[in-house]
Design a protein around this ligand. Structure first.
Ligand SMILES: Nc1ncnc2c1ncn2[C@@H]1O[C@H](COP(=O)(O)OP(=O)(O)OP(=O)(O)O)[C@@H](O)[C@H]1O
Ligand SMILES: [Mg+2]
Length: 533
């Protein structure tokens, strides 16, 4: 039920599509009454009363009814698909928007493959709950009602015989429903684990090759993949018993009709044509029952997927206390007062930090690895929230500034430069979306990155591969610097920006950085003081 309530608002946005789908489905269902009636007339009138002239019109009527039914079905599928894809699109879009607002520590504890599985596969599964639920559920129930009513007009007693397995069917469905969720949940989890492992291993393929750990990784992959196989089989095994079991009960209804019906005809209480029509009707009665079982399976899988999707939706986003604050221009006087922070409450990383950086000056953070240098600057861009103390810029506490405004005014060249799977131009324009080619070249020149970009076959427009894999680390670093230059903010953070270049390039970049740091508040992180000079 929970999933229904959560998905409903997305479905409600498309009333026309919902109506069209349902309308076609209902109209198509109404057509089921035609064929049993036609059959009865053929048996009783054409054959029984020897009226061959009625045969052609009756067959024609049946033909028209079947044609209309399937045409409506075709339309229903088209409307349904559009409806579905709209809802999936919206749900995915909102989930993505939400993910982008989640704090970094949320990502620290999640596997990328798991998030991807939720966003791509689970969303689809969740949506089916409501759309298929409404449409197929309504149609199936309606068909059962119409057919039962029709059957009643032929023979109430026979109808009761035909319906007699229903309580057992309901009990079976309930048993399946009550146990299915945990099975599906385990299966979704296994799929997620497999995606996560695959994502990790493809990203780490170089490490796997150099450590020649292909075999070990293959074993690990197979073990996880085996879990998917097992859990899927568990899901299917339950279905394998459930579905034929229900089918068997339905057949029992058919046999009851055969037994009772024949005795009725023999006793002269029923026309043979009515019995034949009844048989056709019983088929129409149990066919939607079968569909309801299928639907139940979709529901259970959707519920498990829903838990996973809405777990993300319910995760708390970064709170932006200063969202409504005025965006005063930032000059760059940064002060850390008694700042403490830890990623994990048990392991303090920063304790009572004091730093003051006047506007336009540079502070060097030098220290051994793991000392907390990157952490200090992570707090300034509010990747993480300090636990006590205060950080101010131009006297304004960090938390009373809008996060967007704050980040807009700081450029960070990170320790491990990251480039997106795009071209140089696309990567540079992250720094300044409307940067012209001239501006980009200028920034590249300042970052001493012109030579190697010129050498690329399509220059600025050469794809750089995932994470910029087609460039050397030093080249990537220079691109990151150029990107920061384009952004041109009052505060600059360089986390070992020159760590991965040779000494001659370092000198050139240092010059560029000196220009860059002029009139800017800069945090320069290095292992050795000599790098900072
Ligand atoms: N996301 C994180 N979650 C938990 N602990 C972290 C996280 N990032 C860093 N740490 C821990 O915090 C400590 C400080 O890390 P930090 O990255 O600030 O060091 P650093 O001084 O920049 O080191 P380096 O010179 O190697 O870059 C380390 O002990 C590290 O294990
Ligand atoms: Mg660091």
């Amino acid at each position: 039920m929970q999933v229904f309530i959560r998905v409903f608002p997305y479905v409600r946005r498309y009333p026309l599509l919902a109506f069209a789908t349902l309308f076609c489905a209902l109209m198509g269902t109404l057509m089921v009454v035609v064929f049993p009636a036609v059959t009865q007339q053929i048996v009783d009138q054409v054959i029984g009363k020897n009226r061959p002239e009625l045969l052609l019109p009756l067959v024609g009527l049946g033909f028209a009814a079947f044609f209309a039914q399937n045409l409506l079905n075709s339309l229903r599928i088209i409307f349904n698909n559009h409806f579905e894809q709209h809802v999936i699109f919206d749900l995915r879009s909102e989930l993505y928007a939400h993910i982008q607002k989640l704090p970094l520590h949320w990502f620290d504890n999640r596997a990328t493959g798991d998030i991807m599985t939720r966003l791509i596969e689970d969303v689809t599964s969740v949506e089916r709950v409501l759309i298929d639920g409404i449409e197929q559920g309504t149609v199936a129930i309606l068909q059962i009602l119409i057919v039962s009513a029709l059957m009643m007009t032929y023979s109430p007693m026979l109808t009761l015989a035909a319906l007699s397995p229903i309580p057992l069917l309901a009990a079976g469905a309930l048993a399946y429903t009550l146990t299915a969720r945990s099975r599906y949940r385990r299966q979704r989890k296994a799929v997620s684990e497999l995606n996560s492992l695959l994502h990790d291993n493809i990203a780490g393929i170089r490490q796997i090759k150099t450590y020649t750990s292909e075999e070990r990784e293959h074993i690990r992959f197979d073990a996880t993949s085996n879990k998917v196989r097992k859990e899927t089989l568990t899901v299917m095994r339950a279905w394998a018993f459930y579905q034929p079991g229900m089918e068997f009960l339905s057949s029992a209804g058919l046999l009851m009709v055969a037994g009772f019906g024949s005795s009725q005809v023999l006793g002269g209480r029923m026309e043979i044509g009515a019995l034949v029509a009844f048989f056709v009707l019983v088929r129409y009665l149990y066919e939607p029952v079968g569909r309801l079982h299928q639907l139940n399976q979709i529901f259970q899988s959707g519920r498990a997927a829903g838990d996973r999707v809405f777990e993300i939706m319910d995760a708390e986003t970064e709170e932006d206390e200063g969202a409504g604050a005025l965006c005063e221009p930032i000059r760059g006087h940064v002060v850390y007062q008694n700042v403490s922070f830890s990623y994990d409450p048990k392991l303090p990383v920063l304790d009572d930090i004091q730093i003051e950086v006047p506007v336009g000056s540079m502070v060097a953070l030098v220290g051994p690895t793991g000392a907390g240098k990157s952490t200090i600057v992570n707090l300034l861009v509010r990747f993480y929230e300090f636990t006590s103390g205060e950080i101010t810029i131009d006297g304004v506490p960090l938390r009373s500034m809008s996060r967007r405004h704050l980040r807009h005014n700081i450029a960070v060249v990170t320790q491990e430069s990251f480039l997106f799977n795009g071209t140089t131009a696309e990567n540079l324009r992250i720094g300044k979306p409307d940067a012209s080619e001239d501006e980009m070249w200028e920034a590249l020149r300042a970052a001493n990155a012109v030579d190697f970009i010129r050498r690329l076959p399509e220059g600025l427009h050469t794809p750089l591969g995932e994470r910029g894999v087609k460039l050397s680390v030093g080249e990537k670093q220079r691109l990151s610097i150029a990107r920061a230059l384009l952004k041109n903010p009052p505060i600059l953070i360089l986390d070992e920006a020159t760590a991965s270049v040779d000494t001659s390039t370092e000198k050139l970049i240092q010059e560029a950085l000196d220009h860059l740091m002029e009139k800017r508040t800069s945090f320069v992180i290095a292992h050795r003081l000599s790098t900072v000079r």
